[in-house]
Design a protein around this ligand. Structure first.
Ligand code: 13P
Ligand code: ZN
Length: 275
């Protein structure tokens, strides 16, 4: 099959476009990766090449040995992905040690996978285990309202989770585990990847202070929808804070507990504290 006809590639490209249209991807901001299923790799095998050298990925992900990933390129713009996929995205294979990768397709005009490859792959490794292999998408975006909140809210999981839950009734149903927050760190390396993947053991959302957000999910719809829901909630909170009078009323801990029963989700009590 022509790679560009493969449903997972079409879904990936559409998600890049959707993210750009949300204004989450200024310039080369943000990156996306998809852990390709075995049957999907099989379906495009005649278009892959294995002649490129192995490169160190800057971290170690033994749980992903032999896996293939569709990834955005470093310095490439989301707005250009749909126009010229071969030049802006790529497929990489992880070697048997889990420490190196090689380019098997794409980036035909040069370049390498996203500088956040260590965070993507470490998150994939954690999520593959935590979800029994169901999670396949890791998405990093720069949504403005969520980033704005990292300047005014304490950088604590319990505060961000509770505030975002209160802003929209659907939130505790969409992300019942809550959200994690990483304090400001230098992006693009192993250290921030370790901190993020540690949070991903517990959450599907990790917020990077003064930078952006990582989401994990089973497919493109769920992962994009998760980022969309979190950012929408952040937008409402920014509006509420901007109106100056504070909240006159909100959703109470007991109301969250009632919601959890009807919607059959478990909401950890650590987020239902009395204020
Ligand atoms: P890349 O262009 O290397 O993907 O980096 C963009 C980004 O958002 C870094 O955090
Ligand atoms: Zn970024």
């Amino acid at each position: 099959m022509n790679i560009l006809e493969a449903p997972f590639v079409k879904g990936f490209i559409r998600m890049c476009d959707d993210g750009f249209n949300q204004n989450w991807h200024e310039r080369n901001g943000g990156n996306l990766s998809y852990r390709i299923r075995e049957d999907e790799v099989e379906s495009i095998k005649e278009e892959l090449a294995w002649d490129k050298p192995w490169q160190p990925m800057g971290t170690s992900v033994p749980g992903l040995k032999g896996e293939y990933f569709l990834v955005t390129g470093s310095g490439k713009y989301f707005r250009n992905v749909a126009l010229d996929p071969e030049a802006n995205i790529c497929i990489v294979e992880v070697d048997e040690t889990g420490e190196n990768y090689r380019l098997c397709w794409g980036l035909v005009k040069g370049g390498k996978p996203t500088s956040e490859l260590p965070s993507h792959l470490m998150n994939h490794e954690v999520k593959k285990t935590a979800s029994d292999g169901r999670h396949r998408v890791i998405y990093h975006a720069h949504p403005a309202n969520l980033i704005a909140l990292t300047f005014v809210l304490p950088l604590e999981d319990r505060v961000f989770t509770r505030e975002l839950w209160e802003m929209a009734t659907e939130c505790p149903v969409v992300f019942p585990d809550g959200v994690g927050v990483v304090g400001w760190m230098v992006p693009g390396g192993r250290e921030i990847a370790v901190a993020t993947s540690e949070l991903m053991k517990k959450y599907n959302v990790a917020i990077w202070a003064h930078h952006g957000c990582f989401c994990s999910g089973e497919d493109f719809d769920l992962t994009f929808g998760l980022m969309h829901t979190v950012e929408k909630s952040a937008e409402i909170l920014v509006k509420v804070l901007s109106m100056g009078s504070g909240k006159l009323q909100t959703i109470s801990p007991d109301e969250f507990r009632a919601l959890a029963v009807d919607f059959k989700v478990t909401l950890p009590e650590e987020f239902l504290y009395e204020k």
